[in-house]
Write a protein that binds this ligand. Sequence first.
Ligand SMILES: [Zn+2]
Length: 443
Amino acid sequence: MNKARELLLQNFDQMVSVLQKTICFNTEKGEPAEGAPFGVEIKKCLDYVLQVSKDMGFETVNCDGYAGHVDFVGTSKNVLGILGHLDVVPSKAEEWLYPPYGGEIHDGKLFGRGTMDDKGPMIACLFATKALKDAGFEPASTIRLIFGCDEESGMECMRHYFTKMPYPNVAFSPDGDFPVINREKGIFQFALDCGKLPEGVTIHAGERANVVPSLCTVTSKKQLQVVGNVTESFANGVYTYTSLGKSAHGSTPNEGVNAIHPLLQMLANAYPENATLAFLANKCCDTSGTAWGINLWDCESGNLTCSLDIIRTSENGDIIITVDIRFPVSYTCEHMQSLIEQNSPSFCKLLGAHASEPLFVASDTYLVTTLMDVYNTAMNVNVSPIAIGGGTYSRCLPNCVAFGPLFPDEEQTIHMPNECIDLESLKKMALLYLEAIYRLTKD
Ligand SMILES: [Zn+2]
């Protein structure tokens, strides 16, 4: 192990340079093409990572461009999965200090979309596996790094991958927080038709069902009373209002500022007779779900969160919203759906949902106790596994928990402008992954 640790540190600069190259692929979801179900840039990034892995001497498989895996083959039939992704959420370059796909290093931090979520930790795991191999380690279980390509937009990649490939026996996903996340709230993202706005009013915001929107625009023939961080302009008899907020992950709406909220308030004030606006402004802007009557809580995972992430006018003039709900582990998607239907006005219609049941791997399983021991020993702490609202890859397969990459005292930049990875953290996490992979595959 000492030898492997040494090699990992020796190769750190090479790890950073491979990571920079992966960041330079803009792996936002794109138009499907041959062998590239999620866009050409994602395919190129996957090809690149698999080629680098092959050059390290590992066996690689490209699963129809949906995902790929890298094997360090062990002596037994068991497989340890390490599950991460190469796709990223969109970024607006004007909100960034440095180009989101530049991979630039400033003040000891590597900037770029995907540096923390999830290219950085996956490249760290790859180099940890390489260090073990180069140190002469012979794993009992096969070490299998799985690179998915559609984590941010519905996890289609893993549904496809696991129709072709078996589940690993146990797995971790470096796509959450340290120490270990063994409870993930259920996800219920749904589109709701909310009826019509007053004549001449439009509203538009959001791009992804799991991102708090930082920009929202409204047009209205009537002048509105401005509240919050909203600017007004007037041209051709139409007022335009632009609201600026702060984006965040849909599972943590309180870490962002939703740009839709003040505009709905302004519209509801100006058009009190419109039932759609009353519902949207009074019920849908409360991030705890209490105003809507859909709030839930349990002791394993805490409160439900509710994030209004997309709002649009459909072709027939109806307002369609997309809401991201994260509900506690003791409840089910079915329960959630009926709660929403019962508590929404009769003119609202549920159009469709992406639903994912909660994840719960008991704290006394070998997987969780081993990872916790690796973390507590290395960090010289004595902490317990945690619960989150984010949906990681862990829930795509049985016996999987999230392990890193975010340390408890670190600033969280995932899904935000200026996403970055601290190079010291990268080194620290690579050493933790090295230890974890070793302990989970040595016998
Ligand atoms: Zn992720």
